[in-house]
Design a protein around this ligand. Structure first.
Ligand SMILES: Cc1cc2nc3c(=O)[nH]c(=O)nc-3n(C[C@H](O)[C@H](O)[C@H](O)COP(=O)(O)OP(=O)(O)OC[C@H]3O[C@@H](n4cnc5c(N)ncnc54)[C@H](O)[C@@H]3O)c2cc1C
Length: 418
């Protein structure tokens, strides 16, 4: 049964992609997208990379041009979050008090940056980083160089901000709780690769270290005191210590919530006609048989598509191999696979870390479960990422020596099926 009307709570990538997919699938009913922010849906990856660096403008961050919504009869309610959901009545109440019925509801509210209960965290010049407005503000602060930036958190966002700030000629210091940045995501060997990349470009690390206090004068930040008592001078501090999935709306409506809004593989939640996608959803993945919550662009994109088709009653599943990418200094990295399966195993490297051109494979019981390509030539088809995804999906067993052997072309690693 096709729903008469669809409400999408969350004007981000997952929400906008769902709306586009609904229309491209021929859905003619009412679509309303509600968002908390004043901007039409935009892409976040450029915010810490090319947009922050001034290499890309506003049009590069739009999911679709703003005119698309009116042209496709999609009602955008910006600055108007969904405040509550009544699953039994099939209604939502918006923050302005209006109530609207839905045939199907998509929850795509994303995630919110974690904060730290530090003295001084409310000083001017201290912020988290997630939105277009955050990126605009930081760009204004960093673009002329010569500032001291302290980043609390050495995950992907912290590392990307460090690269952009350092490229602008600012002095950057990164604090993190782990011994090696990104080690939890890609292991110690590749985490060290990223650390060296940053140090070669002048970024300083304090690892492992935590922030004890943020100091200030006249309400403006002046520094960060670490747990060892070191005072790091700072004109700008960004707290980049991860995000929390937005689950309050779902929880208040009585939906099952566990590290995100729990869904099946077709992104159905525990409530009838309510679906969830993007950073907020913890979806069952057919490949592993486990729930995965992914905070990456491709998950929001593919999740938006799958949720739209599921809302139209199609038999679909979010079964793509997870993928993400990062750009830092002269390194372009892409990763496909399941970090939870790759954790604790050492990667097999094809190429050399020193040349900054390599592919890393992670295996479990001889099967490839994840792979990362760094600066790997895109002209060669199929691409490294396509090969990695094919190997993972095929649950292919490939000897480690063959994975590492550069005389064997990448695409020849894929087993031939008869
Ligand atoms: C700076 C930055 C850089 C990134 N770089 C990369 C990268 O290089 N590669 C990669 O793969 N991924 C990257 N990501 C992650 C990627 O951008 C996210 O996974 C993606 O944006 C998630 O999309 P979403 O639609 O689920 O959520 P969001 O983009 O967060 O959109 C959700 C929207 O819903 C709104 N909302 C919240 N509650 C409500 C409510 N009750 N009602 C209505 N609206 C609500 C939120 O305010 C938000 O605007 C990056 C993220 C950030 C922040």
């Amino acid at each position: 049964m096709t729903p008469e009307s669809i409400v999408i709570a969350g004007a981000g990538l997952a929400g906008a992609t769902a709306a586009r997919t609904l229309r491209s699938e021929g859905y003619a009913g009412n679509i309303t997208i509600a968002g908390t922010e004043p901007h039409p849906p935009y892409l976040r990856p450029p915010l810490s990379k090319e947009y922050l660096l001034g290499k890309a403008g506003e049009d590069a961050v739009e999911v679709v041009p703003e005119s698309w919504y009116a042209a496709n009869n999609v009602r955008l309610r910006l600055d108007t979050p969904v405040a509550s959901v009544d699953p039994a009545a099939h209604t939502v109440r918006f923050a302005d008090g209006t109530v609207q019925g839905y045939g199907a509801l998509l929850l795509a509210p994303g995630a919110t940056p974690r904060t730290l209960p530090l003295s001084g965290a409310d000083l001017d010049g201290v912020s988290t980083f997630r939105t277009l407005d955050d990126s605009r503000r930081l760009r204004d602060q960093l673009a002329s160089g010569g500032r001291n930036l302290v980043l609390i958190g050495s995950g992907w966002i912290g590392m990307e901000l460090a690269a952009a700030a350092s490229t602008y000629g600012n002095q950057v210091t990164l604090l993190g709780l782990e011994d090696i940045p990104l080690a939890a995501a890609v292991g110690p060997e590749l985490g060290s690769f990223f650390r060296t990349l940053h140090e070669d470009n002048g970024v300083r690390f304090r690892l492992p270290a935590s922030a004890r206090e943020i100091t200030g004068q006249n309400r403006r930040v002046t520094g960060v005191v670490t747990n060892t008592g070191e005072l790091l001078p700072a004109d700008i501090v960004v707290i980049a210590v991860g995000v929390v999935p937005e689950t309050a709306l779902a929880a208040a409506a009585g939906l099952e919530v566990r590290n995100g809004i729990l869904t099946d593989a077709s992104l159905r939640t525990s409530a009838p006609d309510i679906f969830a996608a993007g950073d907020a959803a913890n979806a069952l993945h057919p490949f592993t048989g486990e729930h995965h919550r992914s905070e990456h662009w491709s998950n929001a994109l593919n999740g938006g598509k799958v949720a739209a088709r599921a809302m139209l009653g199609q038999d679909v599943a979010l079964d793509t191999v997870p993928y993400f990418y990062t750009d830092q200094f002269d390194v372009s990295m892409e990763y496909s696979g399941f970090p939870s399966l790759a954790a604790k195993t050492a990667p097999v490297i094809r190429g050399s870390l020193d040349s900054k051109e390599f592919v890393a494979f992670w295996q479990q019981d001889g099967r490839v479960v994840a792979g990362m390509s760094v600066n790997w030539p895109r002209s060669v088809k199929p691409s490294a990422q396509k090969t990695i995804k094919t190997l993972i999906s095929a649950r292919a067993e490939v000897p480690a020596e063959r994975l590492a052997d550069q005389t064997v072309p990448l695409d020849q690693l894929i087993p031939v099926t008869s």
